[in-house]
Write a protein that binds this ligand. Sequence first.
Ligand SMILES: Cc1cc2nc3c(=O)[nH]c(=O)nc-3n(C[C@H](O)[C@H](O)[C@H](O)COP(=O)(O)OP(=O)(O)OC[C@H]3O[C@@H](n4cnc5c(N)ncnc54)[C@H](O)[C@@H]3O)c2cc1C
Length: 457
Amino acid sequence: MTEFDPVAGVAARISVPVGFQGEFLTPGDEGYEEARIVFNRRLSLRPAVIAKCSSVADVQGALRVAREHGLPIAVRGGGHSGAGWSTIEGGLVVDLRPMRSVRVDPDTRTAWVSGGSQAMDLLAPASKHGLVPSTGLFGSIGLGGLLLGLGEGWLTPKYGYGNDSIEELEVVTAAGELLRVAADSHPDLFWAMRGAGANFGVVTAMKLRLHPLPEQVVGGNITIGEDGLRAATDYFWDFSEHGSRDSWLLGVYRMPEDGRPLISLSPGHIGPREEAARDLADLRGLGVPVSDTLQEMSYLDLINTAKSEEYPPRYLWDAFHFEFGQDPEPQKQLVLALQPLMPPGAALVLWRTVPVDQPVPSVARRLPGITFHIGGHWHDPAEDEMYLRWGRETTEAILASGLVTVAANTVNHVSSMTNARVRDLYGPADYTRLASLKAVYDPENTFRSNANIPPVT
Ligand SMILES: Cc1cc2nc3c(=O)[nH]c(=O)nc-3n(C[C@H](O)[C@H](O)[C@H](O)COP(=O)(O)OP(=O)(O)OC[C@H]3O[C@@H](n4cnc5c(N)ncnc54)[C@H](O)[C@@H]3O)c2cc1C
């Protein structure tokens, strides 16, 4: 006897919306299995429908079908959510990945990108005009998820966070209405969507401000063993607080299988050559390098060398925050004490978050300090429990230290999110304002596969 498949049972009741131009995939359809894969393969969920949308009308049609059949929905941009927010068991995925068109206007130094575009889709066309968007480190991340959260990367200290560059959004609401959202049109929503955007609608297009493309960058990394661990840690903290605005800095602590701790420091200096040489002079000399790939390169090469698809496919992430202005010694001691406890596929990844001017205020936090990110990437499903246990124990130790702000700056770097944590993330006043806006724009909480803010009237 064939076993009853409840997901296929739900799918069987649903027909393709009239006029739908994209692909409407249900279990058993060719392409369904491939379409249900998201970046974090640990989250292997089976949606009843994956609506691969090719237009605003497709998005509206998919939302209508979900509403009529009472299906929970998830919206997918680039599919890189660590928490698996862009897939959903037994529900409908509004998959925007076919919507990846980009139009650069060199005269206004802006670009329009469709809702499923990835950073790489914009980088090359913008660079032809000597322009660049402020994105994350990887070309394959969806601009939707990245910028509706915050968007941190090499250009942040100089040009601001990715979502500071949003000038306008085209949004389909839960009711299927198409809104223009900007500083002069639904300004309350414009404030909310830059930081809590996934809660309020499907972004089908965004207008982004572009910045001057750096002539060259110094990128790569220098990896140092145990002899230089302490000096490299001091360097990282000092540079994070006082270093040049022309460079971001990433510090990655690992514990390989041979039991010898390593730290890699990765700058991305976009300033003039002489300034980069001066700012980064002390990087070499912190210890005997295990490897040194620091070199001048183009900005596009810097982004293109980071390939998310080369990571082991199962992962967990979480992020915390060290404030500047505290005694940094206990913070450093905490990181150094956690390093030997890591499994080989794990990393403690730290980066600087410096204050930057915001053209139009948004809800996204930008606490100056150091983001302290814990992450594990592995291949074998049999190792899931070991990595998850490490994640839980590390999180407990970090919280028990009392040295971190629980809320990092953004929803983008977490694998799990409780409502208490969402409140912490935005702070009580902003959370209350967001909950009221949610009641106006999404009273049924249709968009809840995210760091959710339930509506409050
Ligand atoms: C390997 C890797 C590297 C990363 N590097 C960086 C980095 O350098 N800097 C950084 O800031 N972050 C980074 N991140 C975090 C990343 O910004 C978040 O995971 C982001 O949410 C991913 O966006 P996405 O569109 O690819 O993901 P998705 O899983 O598709 O979406 C994430 C969330 O956004 C919503 N969403 C996506 N698009 C839309 C849309 N068009 N309209 C409405 N809602 C939408 C989804 O519903 C979901 O809730 C990285 C993540 C990974 C896995």
